[in-house]
Design a protein around this ligand. Structure first.
Ligand code: 5GP
Length: 141
């Protein structure tokens, strides 16, 4: 496995060098809207520690991080009035990973509504903020 590269885009978001549409933050994790959502309300949850993927995540940091993933998942489901959730986590290029800082995708799901293919198109900031507002309200933050 390659070493963690602190110049990745999510590390820049963590350091506040690049903006994001935030939905949740605690000591272990930051959650924000995916800029190219595969479903409405698609959220990413990243740990605050430097980990490339699930395999190099310090085991002692995994518990608090996964608690944040669970909490945000509940907020996404409630805030988006979803019927279900899909969680995804990719490791290395062969595993489908594009950004090399550990992250879970949280995708709210509804019966009969497919996950959109990767379009490469960025969503309108006001639409992301509208979804984030509902999710933050459900999380009580
Ligand atoms: P993965 O590495 O799991 O394949 O996917 C990375 C995800 O990060 C993609 O869903 C992509 O849309 C998202 N993404 C890439 N760059 C940015 C960015 O600058 N801001 C945000 N909010 N999401 C991003």
């Amino acid at each position: 496995m390659s070493a963690y590269d602190p110049s990745n885009i999510f590390a820049k978001i963590l350091r506040g060098e690049i903006p994001c549409t935030r939905v949740y933050e605690d000591d272990a994790a930051l959650a924000f809207m995916d800029i190219m959502p595969r479903t409405d309300g698609h959220v990413l949850v990243i740990p605050k520690v430097a980990a490339r993927g699930i395999l190099d995540m310090p085991p002692e940091a995994l518990g608090p991080y996964m608690q944040a993933v669970q909490k945000v998942a509940a907020g996404v489901k409630a805030g988006m009035n979803a019927e279900g959730l899909t969680l995804q986590q990719f490791n290395e290029t062969a595993g489908g990973q594009v950004v090399f800082h550990l992250h879970f995708h949280i995708l709210p799901r509804w019966e009969g509504v497919a996950v959109r293919p990767h379009s490469g198109a960025m969503e309108k900031p006001e639409l992301l903020e509208g979804h984030a507002k509902k999710i933050r309200a459900a999380l009580g933050v």
